[in-house]
Design a protein around this ligand. Structure first.
Ligand code: PHE
Ligand code: NA
Length: 453
């Protein structure tokens, strides 16, 4: 393994990478999106398909990203360029790194708005502003929360500033330190929430809803959603995992860490469902779509329960922390690139990236109030950022990495980085060459609207 660059940064602790990568993976995708999708697309049947996507596409691609990061020891752009050069290929492949970096940045610009909702709901819970007796009241509270650009922008700006502060402090002192207490804290709070859900009286219904195997509910749309979500939930093709991988020590096993992160992410998603749905069902509510589930139905359900506001506060602290540990990973690629490649100090790089981020996130935030009419093809900025990243950039980036690792790079590179046995390596290569590209292409073709499955 002599071909590797000297790293500029390394995780300090044995758990550094795993905690940071799990922190990146576990986020709004797990606690907000996954439970809803599972119910919507057929419960247990969807969970099975989702697990298959994680195994066949998510895990192999995550191994590629960590391998590229560690081999190239740099931001996505630099790492991919170096590894491609090492294989005698042109620097054009670094465009993949550009797209990933941009993708992470764009996701962050709408993610901070949703994280801002979580912060503001935590504040409302604590200050008693979440009182209402029916879903209509909650919808009005949510609408009012979005209607005021100063308040909404204030919350997303706060999330942005916390994110920048952590990232500005550096890989070890900022990122690693914060995830080392936020992640355990999050898991403890999630366990408390599940305990509370078990006592709510709706636990059985919640379990049924999540795990009942109704194959008839599984639509082709559900299949494609499972594939898309596998990328989003594991933070793939967005520069996050690749950059964190560039700080991975030489002796760490990429395969083992990948499985640990993927399993932890999946467990948290399932646990989130077990914390949310029982509470919803115990109060005779619908598992509504979109923001409604966490920001309308859930607060209303909590209100009707003993010590509801205490647990609602715990819930929103947990959600906010999950969002923060993801947010920091989305901007790290950009900061690392400015710092390592352009020689800009970390503080200045963070400030510079932060200003651009703030402008873009403000545009996303204004979609909910002043800019409600600023649409292109019926979508406003918030929707466009989500749509472009999840429907195009992530699948395309994942496809590019699979093709790069499967067909372009010298085999010796991943043989030494992954350190798998011959059989394991052959299986990984088969996944990377054929299974992942095919699966990704299905999603991609669908989002282009060329195929009506
Ligand atoms: N994985 C995060 C989640 O599930 C989202 C994310 C995407 C984080 C891309 C980093 C990069 O919420
Ligand atoms: Na996730």
């Amino acid at each position: 393994m002599t071909a590797r660059q000297q790293p500029k940064n390394l995780w300090l602790g044995r758990w550094g990478f795993i905690l940071a990568a799990t922190g990146s993976a576990v986020g709004l995708g797990n606690i907000w999106k996954f439970p809803y999708m599972t119910g919507e697309y057929g419960g247990g049947a969807f969970v099975l398909v989702y697990l298959a996507c994680i195994l066949a596409v998510g895990i192999p691609v995550m191994m590629i990203e960590i391998g590229l990061g560690r081999r190239g020891r740099g931001s996505p752009i630099d790492a991919i360029r170096r590894v491609a050069r090492e294989s005698g290929r042109g620097g054009l492949w670094s465009l993949l790194g550009w797209m990933a970096m941009l993708c992470g940045f764009m996701i962050l610009s709408f993610y901070v708005v949703v994280a801002g909702w979580s912060f503001s709901y935590l504040w409302k819970t604590v200050s008693g502003g979440l009182v209402g007796s029916e879903v209509g009241d909650m919808a009005a509270i949510f609408a009012a929360n979005n209607a005021d650009p100063w308040a909404l922008g204030g919350w997303s700006t706060l999330v942005t500033l916390i994110t920048l502060t952590i990232v500005g402090k550096g890989v070890q002192q900022g990122i690693e330190k914060s995830v080392s207490w936020m992640m355990p804290g999050m898991v403890i709070m999630l366990a408390i929430m599940i305990g509370y859900a078990m006592l709510s009286g709706g636990f059985g219904d919640g379990v049924d809803f999540l795990f009942s195997f109704e194959i008839g509910k599984l639509t082709s749309e559900g299949l494609l959603a499972a594939m898309g979500h596998a990328f989003f939930t594991l933070s793939l093709a967005s520069g996050a995992i690749l950059t964190y991988g560039s700080y991975l020590p030489d002796n760490a096993s990429i395969a083992r860490t990948t499985f640990t992160v993927a399993i932890a992410d999946t467990l948290v998603a399932l646990m989130a469902g077990l914390a949310i749905f029982p509470v919803i069902f115990a109060n005779g509510m619908d598992p509504a779509a979109g923001p409604g589930l966490l920001f309308m139905s859930l607060p209303l359900a909590f209100q009707a329960m003993p010590f509801g506001s205490v647990f609602m506060a715990i819930f929103f602290v947990m959600l906010s922390m999950a969002a923060l540990t993801s947010a920091i990973s989305m901007i790290e690629a950009t900061v690392a690139w400015l710092n390592e490649s352009k020689g800009i100090s970390r503080i200045k790089a963070t400030c510079g990236a932060g200003i651009v981020l703030w402008l873009l996130s403000t545009l996303a935030m204004l979609s909910f109030n002043l800019g409600a009419d600023w649409t292109i093809a019926g979508k406003h900025a918030f929707d466009w950022l989500d749509y472009l990243t999840s429907r195009f950039m992530m699948p395309l980036g994942g496809l590019g990495m699979a093709l790069l690792a499967g067909f372009v790079l010298r085999h010796e590179i991943f043989r030494s980085e992954l350190g798998l046995s011959n059989t394991q390596h052959a299986l990984w290569l088969f996944m990377v060459r054929y299974v992942s590209p095919l699966g990704i292409m299905l999603v991609f073709i669908d989002s282009l609207g060329l195929m009506d499955l």
